[in-house]
Design a protein around this ligand. Structure first.
Ligand code: ADP
Ligand code: MN
Ligand code: MN
Ligand code: MN
Length: 367
């Protein structure tokens, strides 16, 4: 979804802002920034309140409400939507002891909003807890300039073709590294299990990885890492798109790639368990594709074309080291005969709650 923005927030002087951010904060006051997924299922909202205590766990935090009619989550006549805190992080923007509070959203009648998929994910993770499901998620994205065109691209044309950009170095290959490095440190400060980053194949396309995380924490961490990414980009006056194919033609699309294992896959000869998992996944291709983007497969129709390191949307396939397959077994996993598999199908805007849930239901719970 393209958002046209009139303002240019980075144009304000951040050095002046620091005068105020550096003011001492009263000892017993904590800023808690509540963040939640809005009615698009893709974008994140936040609002901040003061707490008079130092919370140790998200369960100590008060339930709050917001105007759901302004976030595509309620009618104006019955607009209050509940925020239920579910996970807590250090706040890299307000720093100190201040917190980011990840929240689920519930309607007036205490049922979940349409874009809140956390409880059913949690239920699946709890049922499969004895199999210790781990996820390491690769999140790709593209940095856009204020005009919604990729950041650093020549305004009236295109950069030279793909080839030199992936993991590249140099001012003619790399656009926006400041944002990437700021985001990495902010995620570490927050307590997110970020484990790496690299420049991607299309210029101004980037990736970071989170994990391995067990159970629900993978999707919780990924959502907060996305919040931090949008928020850091705001400071730099650029935008982030999670659209899975921002540029048509010979330019790579973006994915949100789960790498997945159970304890049995990580144990010796786990390759047999990985093969069993692939067999199960092959029988549920459509069910997975339905939740592998936010439009029941419509977004992925633009990306999964069987070219540019993508698989064919209509066919399930698996292979060792093959980036044109639905499922890739990394070369090192084939050599060690244990480890994990990579599902290359989810689009960059997919909901990690839905993606990790369906993997666990198909592979661990035989549903
Ligand atoms: P590539 O780009 O070659 O596919 P990356 O280094 O970008 O590889 O991503 C590998 C991902 O796999 C990381 O997110 C990492 O956390 C994850 N990972 C590693 N080991 C496991 C495992 N046993 N189970 C699940 N995920 C794993
Ligand atoms: Mn990667
Ligand atoms: Mn990648
Ligand atoms: Mn990968």
């Amino acid at each position: 979804m393209a958002l046209l923005l009139a303002g240019y927030s980075a144009a304000t002087n951040k050095a002046v802002l620091d005068r105020y951010l550096n003011l001492s904060q009263p000892e017993h006051k904590i800023l808690a920034t509540y963040v939640w997924i809005d009615g698009t299922g893709e974008f994140i909202r936040n609002k901040t309140r003061t707490l008079d205590f130092h919370p140790k766990h998200s369960s100590e935090l008060p339930i709050w409400i917001f105007d759901g009619s302004s976030t595509y989550q309620a009618e104006g006549s019955n607009s209050d939507v509940y925020l239920y805190p579910c996970a807590m992080y250090q706040d890299p923007f307000n720093k100190g002891k201040n917190k980011i509070v990840l929240c689920e959203t519930y309607k007036y009648n205490k049922t979940r909003t349409e874009t809140n998929h956390r409880q059913s994910c949690l239920e699946a993770m709890q049922k499969a807890a004895d199999q210790h499901p781990w996820f390491g998620i690769e999140q790709e994205y593209v940095i856009l300039d204020q005009d919604s065109y990729p950041f650093g691209w020549p305004k009236n044309g295109f950069p030279t073709p793909q080839g030199p950009y992936y993991c590249g170095v140099g001012a003619n290959k790399i656009f926006g590294r400041d944002i990437v490095e700021a985001h990495y440190r902010a995620c570490l400060f927050a307590g997110i299990k970020i484990c790496g980053t690299n420049a991607e194949v299309m210029p101004s396309q980037w990736e970071y990885q989170v994990g391995p995380c067990e159970g629900i924490s993978a999707a919780d961490d990924l959502w907060v890492s996305r919040y931090i990414l949008h928020r850091v980009a705001e400071d730099f006056g650029v935008n982030i798109t999670l659209d899975c194919k921002p540029m048509t033609g010979p330019w790579n699309g973006s994915a949100m790639t789960p790498n997945f294992s159970t304890k049995a896959m990580r144990d010796d000869n786990g390759i047999l368990e990985i093969e069993r998992a692939i067999e199960k996944l092959s029988r549920h291709h459509l069910r997975h594709m339905k939740v592998y983007d936010l439009r029941e497969g419509k977004d992925n129709e633009r990306r999964l074309l069987g070219v540019l390191e993508s698989s064919d949307i209509h066919h399930f396939s698996a292979g060792v080291a093959d980036r044109g397959c639905s499922i890739r077994i990394p070369r090192s996993v084939a050599e060690d005969r244990k480890g994990y598999l990579e599902d290359r199908r989810p689009a960059s805007n997919a909901d990690p709650y839905q993606v990790t849930e369906v993997l666990v239901r198909t592979v661990c719970l035989d549903e």
